[in-house]
Design a protein around this ligand. Structure first.
Ligand code: WT7
Length: 651
């Protein structure tokens, strides 16, 4: 197989959508795509305004599409009024979708639940009343720390219904990380569960929440869903069981219309400096982005069963498990557990069982599935699939080809979607019925998005020149601010290129066909298994251990995760050699501070780090060492070249 892939790479193969596929697709040709782009170019507000009027339901229509009088604080559909839960629920209840499955859920132990739109609306109504009676009002922040169960989208939609702003904290984050987020968001209420299932074990969510809450005295209400039945401590006056709370509550709850700019959610993501940033998303613009890309990129049709495998703790789950599918009245599959429990074919079994038509996952998962062997997908009938998608990091052509052939049967277009927590929606991606695809390229910007690759001065670069990936116009689902820190928002995303462009932090090139090839982060952020981690965060976690004096963290190549975490650690008292036990202790310490995904894969003890004369760590050199590469480039600014030699010799 690999020889074949080699030649494919040399051939630079292009896969065109089949005629049958294009015939019934929502966007059927490159010409249709270009026409949309032309319209957006000629009348940008008109383009987005028409879509917003056609595809969303407004409590009060807007008269102005974009207010760009105070960049980079852009406002969309400013004087309208909207309710996101009405768009995801109520508007379907008067149509044949009323009894259509909204959520098809499977728990790790094999339990299955299906909620129709009507049933989902009923549960959301009841839980909205629980929130209201707990004193939650418009604008309050609600922290959600839950396993992947239907009550998680119920909680989000209930927040949206009453105008509360949710902030989901991924269930894999530690108590410490949860505490930081509760405090930063200023939340008074937490929704959690006793636990969730993962690899046949239970994750002790409530226990971790209790630990976090020790540092959050302002949290006065905790709602606990019983999922696993494990023993938990309930604090009288603060904690209530979900099933007790909804008991006897009315399913009717009048939606609170909000300004389109009202924050629907805050989601924390890593940056190169400081604590994670609370990315603030709007209600109207965000929903429009999720709704439209669901149509353009996933070609969602009424008869489709759509499965995005991401956890709702990440933006992918927000946009493509919850808001995009539900706003379109689609059927969204949710799975609680690990992809290999109880067997390595679990994902394919779910595809067969629920006859999944569109399947969306991360390259890291694909690489792990490749390793498990073709016999697993071959055991199951995957013929229902018609579109495959990837997100999170560049996909290597080898994994792409496996996905295309073994999972897609050479029949399904692959949409390689480039976007970010901050963009809210897909930004660069093929449209499956229109765009010829190339393995490893996210292809072209979606309609209405003006992306480019520029040099340090912001000049557009020609074909195959590597540079910075930027977006040249604001778009409806863009980040609005960093929670509590508008300056950080301005500086991080609009600080380069004279404030003219949104800078994503990624490097990229465009080929002669204008296709984007994403080259990875240019800042001190590493992409582990499709998720961003700030190297600084891991460094601070290490340094918070009493044995550690200094730490420097860089990414290193990793076959499965894309990037691994390599930590250089200087111990207190100058000891140079830490033993295996200390390595294990430090890894556990980082897991406790941030979460298991942040555990360093490699820890190297050293007595010095390569620094410039001004004291800046030369990470470029550390990256070379971590990757086992020769050091290329200039080392003349290095303060003491002996450090570098000794780091190398200890390999
Ligand atoms: C970063 C955003 C948005 C969903 C998941 C991650 C990288 C994302 C791709 C892709 C190459 C990609 C970028 C981006 N990335 N998708 N298709 N090809 N790289 O969200 O944690 O906000 O990370 O993920 O580096 O900046 P996130």
């Amino acid at each position: 197989m690999s020889a074949e892939i080699e030649s494919i790479l040399h051939e630079n193969r292009v896969f065109k959508p089949s005629k049958e596929f294009s015939r019934t697709a929502r966007v059927r040709s490159m010409r249709a795509y270009r026409d949309m782009m032309k319209k957006a170019e000629a009348d940008y507000p008109g383009f987005w305004g028409d879509l917003a009027r056609t595809h969303l339901e407004w409590e009060k229509p807007f008269s102005r599409v974009l207010n760009d009088s105070n960049p980079p604080f852009f406002k969309w559909f400013e004087d309208g009024l909207i309710n996101v839960s009405v768009n995801c629920l109520d508007r379907h209840l008067t149509t044949p979708r009323k009894n259509k499955a909204a959520i098809v859920w499977e728990g790790e132990p094999g339990d299955v639940r299906t909620l129709t739109y009507q049933e989902l609306a009923y549960e959301v109504g009841r839980f909205s009343n629980v929130l209201k009676e707990s004193g939650v009002v418009k604008g309050d922040r609600v922290i959600v720390y839950m396993p992947m169960v239907p009550e998680l989208p119920v909680a989000l939609l209930a927040c949206a219904r009453i105008g509360a702003t949710h902030s989901v904290v991924f269930g894999g984050f530690s108590a410490e990380a949860l505490k930081d987020r509760i405090l930063d968001a200023g939340a008074k209420i937490l929704i959690t569960a006793d636990g969730g299932w993962r690899r046949g074990q239970t994750v002790p969510l409530k226990e971790m929440a209790d630990e976090a809450l020790k540092g959050c005295p302002q949290v006065s209400h905790v709602v606990v869903l019983k999922r696993t039945g494990q023993a938990v401590a309930m604090q009288t006056g603060r904690d209530v069981w979900w099933h007790d709370a909804v008991q006897g509550k009315s399913p009717k709850c009048a939606p609170v219309p909000v300004e389109p700019e009202h924050p629907l959610f805050i989601l924390y993501t890593s940056g190169s400096t400081g604590k994670p940033k609370g990315v603030v998303h709007s209600s109207g613009g965000y929903l429009l982005g999720a709704t439209m890309t669901m149509q353009w990129v996933f070609d969602i049709q009424d008869h489709d069963t759509f499965w995005c495998t991401a956890d709702i703790g990440w933006v992918t789950g927000h946009s493509y498990v919850v808001y995009g599918p539900l706003s379109n009245g689609a059927t969204s599959v949710m799975y609680e557990g690990a992809p290999t429990t109880p067997h390595a074919g679990r994902l394919w079994e779910i595809v067969e069982k629920h006859s999944v038509n569109i399947f969306y996952t991360a390259p890291t998962a694909i690489r792990a599935l490749v390793k498990l062997g073709d016999e697993w997908p071959q055991k199951f009938d995957l013929s229902s699939l018609r579109i495959l998608g990837t997100v999170g990091e560049p996909i290597n052509p080898e994994a792409w080809m496996w996905y295309y052939k073994t999972i897609g049967g050479e029949r399904c277009p692959i949409v390689d979607t480039w976007w970010q927590t901050e963009t809210g929606m897909h930004m660069i991606s093929p449209l499956p019925g229109a765009t010829p695809i190339k393995p490893g390229s996210a292809t072209l910007a979606v309609p209405g998005i003006f992306a480019d690759v520029v040099d340090a001065e912001g000049n557009s670069l020609g074909p195959d020149k590597g540079g910075y990936l930027v977006v040249k116009r604001p778009w409806p689902s863009m980040i609005r601010t960093v929670h509590g820190d508008p300056e950080r928002y301005k500086k991080t995303y609009w600080g380069e290129f004279g404030g003219r462009y949104y800078f994503a932090g990624d490097g990229a090139r465009k080929d002669k066909d204008g296709y984007f090839w994403i080259m990875g982060r240019v800042d001190d952020v590493i992409n582990v298994a499709g998720h961003r981690l700030g190297t600084m965060e891991v460094e601070s976690a290490l340094v918070s251990h009493p044995a550690v004096a200094e730490a420097a963290v860089v990414g290193c190549p990793d076959d499965l995760k894309g990037e691994g975490i390599f930590a250089f650690v200087i111990l207190k008292g100058g000891e140079k050699s830490g033993n295996a036990a200390l390595v294990a202790t430090l890894r556990d310490h980082v897991a406790k501070e941030i979460g298991p995904i942040a555990k360093p894969d490699h820890i190297k003890f050293t007595d010095g780090l390569p620094k410039t004369r001004s004291g800046k760590i030369m990470r470029r050199l550390l990256r070379d060492i971590a990757a086992g590469r020769e050091t290329k480039g200039d080392i003349s600014t290095l303060e003491d070249s002996k450090t570098l030699e000794s780091l190398r010799h200890e390999e």
